[in-house]
Ligand binder design. Structure first.
Ligand code: SF4
Ligand code: SF4
Length: 442
């Protein structure tokens, strides 16, 4: 026990723990609880924003330890930032959880199984050159029927639930995922060049959603952009950043900045919501790096989500209908666009410009689908519950197709559509615009 005269010992280490002045802006009103997906599923105060803020405060004050129970409550947070949008008191929970995660990463020893799963996720996913050969193995795993066997018998679920979670989000692979041709380094604008833009390919996006990147490049060039795609670019660092792996996210951020330096670009475009949010945080990620903090600032100034960019500069190419009848679409708000970047109007504006498109809004549209980076791999039970709710709400709109702006959300929603037996196609908004430009029907 600390002596009454001595200041209490904090359970956090001295490296930038959650700031007390940010913690103290919480007035404990509880407005955020109903919009918090982890609270919605788990139902405990300790798994709500308010509960976690209490916990951070108690650990800061030395009244609680950063023990496995506390870590469990921090781990259960999806980092969706819905609480930031809801809070009437302006609590910057994003900064609080962003300070807490590295504390957990540094000071909480994970058990061997968690280490193995996290090691796999963080040493593979952010590195397309490592992940691509693995896709060949996974393709064979599907091809010879092993995946079907695993799913039918439920062996993986019973023995290794987290591996089963990885298996469950694996899309149907084809040769195209492994041998897809790379996009050229520079793609000229069609017609007069209005802008010269860089394009970020993403790590998961470039392997599992190569058609989305190809469609994005076509939409940009059709609207007067020369598109530059440096091949030295890697992962943006979102996956490790969301889990507090600071050194890894910093290294990836530096590599990304270096890849786009010297290219004389007007903008740097990203089509994945989660990546866009992290790219815009590079100034914070590299704040203590004297060689990169200024470069990070300049880089961030040019980053735009592709929908944000197109809505801002305007479409200049004509769009054709995607169906003979009016097409009912439901746009799924990705948390890192909606709450993280405050982008919700622009995607809808763009989709409404396609002749015949009518948008439907789902119940609980601002609630996370459970994907949340690698959350659905690390916390599969909560993620599954959220995924099921999201799919039901999307289907209930009566829409004929879903538009989703984030690869993680797309994998999660497709998985649950399939589980529920719904045959509802899902597209990235760029794929829909691309088809409308090319006059292709759905
Ligand atoms: S985080 Fe905001 S909404 Fe939630 S309890 Fe605190 S003040 Fe209220
Ligand atoms: S970030 Fe999302 S999951 Fe985490 S406390 Fe806020 S609302 Fe809840």
């Amino acid at each position: 026990m600390n002596s009454p005269s001595a200041p209490p010992l904090s359970g956090f280490d001295p490296q930038a723990p959650p700031a007390p002045d940010l913690i103290n802006t919480c007035i404990h009103c509880g407005f955020c609880l109903s919009t918090c997906p982890s609270y919605r599923v788990i139902g405990k105060e300790t798994d709500s924003p308010r509960g976690r803020i209490y916990l951070m405060d108690a650990i800061n004050q030395g009244e609680a330890d950063l023990n496995p129970t506390a870590v469990q409550h921090f781990d259960s947070c999806l980092g969706c930032l819905a609480c930031v949008s809801t809070c009437p008191s302006g609590v910057q929970y994003d900064k609080l959880i962003r300070a807490t995660r590295p504390q957990v990463e540094r000071n909480h020893p994970r058990n061997w199984w968690e280490k193995l799963v996290r090691g796999l996720v963080f040493n593979l996913f952010p590195y397309p050159a490592r992940l691509r050969p693995l896709l060949l193995v996974l393709w064979l795993y599907q091809l010879v029927g092993l995946q079907t066997l695993m799913r039918k018998t439920g062996i993986l679920d019973q023995l290794f639930p987290r591996l089963a979670a990885m298996d469950a989000i694996l899309p149907q692979l084809s040769w195209r995922h492994i041998f897809a041709p790379e996009l050229p380094d520079v793609i000229p604008a069609q017609g007069d060049r209005r802008y010269r833009v860089g394009m970020i390919l993403g790590c998961v996006q470039r392997l599992f959603f190569e058609p989305v990147n190809a469609a994005t490049a076509r939409v940009l060039t059709a609207n007067g952009c020369e598109v530059v795609i440096p091949k030295t670019q890697g992962c943006c660092g979102a996956l490790p950043a969301h889990q507090g792996r600071e050194a890894q996210s910093q290294a990836l951020a530096r590599q990304m900045i270096d890849s786009f330096a010297e290219l004389e670009l007007d903008y740097i475009i990203i089509n994945a919501a989660g990546c866009g949010h992290t790219l815009k945080e590079y100034e914070h990620i590299l704040r203590d790096d004297p060689d990169y903090c200024e470069k990070a600032k300049a880089f961030v100034g040019k980053v735009r989500d592709v929908q944000e960019f197109l809505a801002e500069v305007g479409l200049t190419t004509p769009l054709s209908p995607l169906a003979d009848e009016p097409l009912l679409l439901v746009y799924q708000d990705a948390c890192h666009l909606l709450h993280g970047q405050r982008i919700s109007v622009q995607p809808r504006q763009l989709l409404r410009q396609i002749p015949g498109v009518q948008l439907r809004e789902p119940i609980d549209g601002a609630l996370c689908c459970g994907s949340a980076g690698v959350y659905n791999l690390l916390q599969p039970a909560v993620a599954d519950e959220l995924g099921q709710q999201k799919v039901e709400n999307l289907v209930q709109t009566g829409a004929a197709a879903i538009a989703s702006p984030n690869p993680g959300c797309a994998l999660q929603i497709r998985k649950h559509l399939q589980h529920k037996g719904y045959d509802l196609p899902l597209f990235h908004p760029m794929e829909l615009l691309d088809r409308a430009i090319r006059g292709e029907r759905l």
